[in-house]
Design a protein around this ligand. Sequence first.
Ligand code: ZN
Length: 115
Amino acid sequence: MKRSAPLQRKTRLRAHRNKPEVRIGKVTGKVRLSGAALEALREKRYAIDGGRCQWRKGRRSACGIWLPLYGSVFNRAHLAHLTSRGASGSDSIENTRILCFTHHIEAEHTKGLKG
Ligand SMILES: [Zn+2]
C-alpha cells in the first residue's frame, strides 16, 4: 500500500529540553528540583548528615553506615524525602535526609514495610 503523505504526529512532543531545574508550584508552593539543582541539594544534605545513613527505628536501632557521595546507585548516598514527593513534599534541605540504598528502597519504597 502506498501513502501519498508521510505519517504525522497528532500530538506535539513535549519540550523536555527547556524544563527549568527549579520549579515552584503555583498553588502548593512546593519546590521541585531536577538535574544539577537536585544534585546540589544531595551534596548539601550529604555534608549536613556527615555522609551517614540517617535511618533509625525507635531508640536503639539505627544504621549510621558511611556512604560515598558518588558511585554505583547501590552503594552511594541516597537523598530521601521525609514527606514524599507524591504527598506534596518539597525538594528542600528540611524535607530530605541521607539514607543508604537498603533503607531508602526497602524501608521507604516497599509497600507495607514503612518504618
Ligand atoms: Zn541504612
